[in-house]
Ligand binder design. Structure first.
Ligand SMILES: Cc1cc2nc3c(=O)[nH]c(=O)nc-3n(C[C@H](O)[C@H](O)[C@H](O)COP(=O)(O)OP(=O)(O)OC[C@H]3O[C@@H](n4cnc5c(N)ncnc54)[C@H](O)[C@@H]3O)c2cc1C
Length: 408
């Protein structure tokens, strides 16, 4: 039986970060990844803020960067646009994830591709205290015995399902095309335009060589591609070439790529005896704009820290794991406020959205308390009805979706 201190399930940003930091702490680490390659298929718009890079002390190599960007432009139904200038990167996300996993492997972790966990059993000692795990799955290395598990299995939520932890997350579907000949000025474009993405938004995320990820999230999963096609057809993107991204096999017909994203905030239970959930598996995504890589990278590092200390102390009980819960609750944005603002946002009509937008300054990134008060007064006098529709909570949720609150 393979034996290690920490088993990391999944080699996405959460798993890569957890494995790297657990290996750095001197633990023996195995990463099991269900797919035959790290990072593919890509299921991400691929943007990551400079703040995330700084927060995590990452020194990312040039080859994983698809574009350095200036920030986000939010575009409303009447064409009004506002800038949120905060530096960041568009990544070649599969190369980024491969680089991160390589870093973990170079630090001592072992990586096992095409290894899917399908059963998790806790072993207890004669005092009925948690002792270790026996993990089964598809792949040569199983069964695996380990002291702790970090579940970084993404939206699949392996541990929550296999252990029947009883906490569910709501998800939204996201799809995108890679398009070419798309001009850019260094900003990512986010369109809040309900007609093209009910309960979601459309994005144009530019990459080197006039490429761009053009996609959307919407609660209407079945209609998502239809909405995306309509957006392309009705805008300046009409007639531009849709191609397959470089990680897809040559010769296949160009088609969209994407996946699902948790949007209801963190799961109620993110730890257990010898167990920590990180990233999407824990429900850690920004509920409004659905970024999750920053949160996954941070929570992976924090999980590794908690577990390495707990192993040293010889106490892997759920009680000891609460240090992790305290840490993420202190650090992450107030999810309930974002969710409230999001509900109000999706209640606004096209006209109401545009009216709200016209009361905002050109640059959303550097508003002082006086600017915010001034905006509040403008909305009160010009469009008092917007108050009753919760426009203040909408603006607050925009604020909490910035990079410094782990928004991207
Ligand atoms: C369309 C779309 C666009 C997005 N755009 C952005 C964006 O621009 N910026 C951003 O920050 N976030 C974005 N996100 C969200 C982001 O992709 C995720 O939040 C992030 O990838 C979460 O990382 P993770 O490591 O938790 O999970 P994942 O990246 O999902 O990795 C989980 C890994 O676990 C593996 N796995 C699953 N089950 C098992 C099992 N039983 N055994 C072994 N392995 C298993 C999977 O194969 C996968 O490789 C987007 C998501 C989507 C769908």
């Amino acid at each position: 039986m393979a034996v290690c201190d920490v088993l990391v399930i999944g080699a996405g940003p959460g798993g890569g970060s957890a494995a790297l930091h657990a290996a750095r702490a001197g633990l023996s680490v195995m990463i099991v990844e269900a797919d035959p390659a790290v990072g593919v298929p890509v299921h991400c718009g691929e943007c990551l803020s400079q703040l995330a890079i700084d927060n995590l002390d990452l020194e990312i190599p040039d080859e994983v960067v698809a574009l350095e960007c200036k920030g986000i432009r939010v575009i409303f139904p009447d064409g009004t646009s506002k800038l949120l200038t905060e530096k960041g990167y568009v990544l070649e996300k599969h190369l980024f994830e491969q680089w991160l996993t390589d870093e973990a492997v170079n630090t001592g972790a072992s990586l096992h591709l095409s290894h899917k966990v399908n059963s998790m059993e806790r072993i207890y000692n004669s005092n009925n205290e948690f002792s270790n795990w026996k993990i089964e799955g598809k792949g040569n290395e199983f069964p695996i015995e380990c002291k702790a598990v970090i579940d970084a299995s993404g939206v699949a939520g392996a541990a929550s399902k296999l252990l029947d932890m009883g906490t569910e997350v709501e998800v939204i579907a996201g799809f995108q095309y890679e398009m070419t000949d798309v001009p850019n000025d260094g900003y990512l474009d986010f369109y809040l335009w309900p007609k093209y993405s009910p309960h979601g938004y459309v994005w144009m995320i530019p990459k080197k060589g006039d490429r761009a990820n053009v996609g959307l999230v919407t609660t209407d999963k079945k209609g998502a591609i239809k909405y995306l096609d309509r957006f392309v057809e009705d805008t300046y993107l009409k007639g531009k070439i849709i191609q397959n991204p470089s990680w897809r096999e040559n010769g296949t017909k160009p088609r969209p790529f994407g996946g699902t994203i948790p949007i209801s905030g963190p799961r109620k239970i993110t730890t257990g005896d010898g167990l920590i959930l990180v990233g999407d598996a824990a429900g850690f995504t920004s509920p409004l704009f659905e970024g999750g890589s920053h949160l996954a990278l941070w929570s992976g590092r924090e999980a590794a820290k908690t577990i390495s200390e707990a192993i040293l102390e010889g106490d892997l009980s759920n009680r000891r794991m609460q240090k992790y819960v305290i840490a993420w609750k202190k650090k992450f944005p107030p999810y309930s406020k974002i969710l409230k603002g999001k509900t109000s946002l999706y209640d606004l009509s096209d006209d109401e959205l545009s009216n709200m937008a016209r009361c905002l300054p050109e640059e959303l990134g550097s508003m002082s308390a006086i600017d915010k008060l001034w905006i509040g007064l403008k909305i009160l006098f010009r469009h008092p009805l917007l108050y009753t529709k919760g426009v203040i909570s909408v603006l607050l949720s925009f604020g909490y979706s910035r990079a410094k609150h782990f928004g991207w």
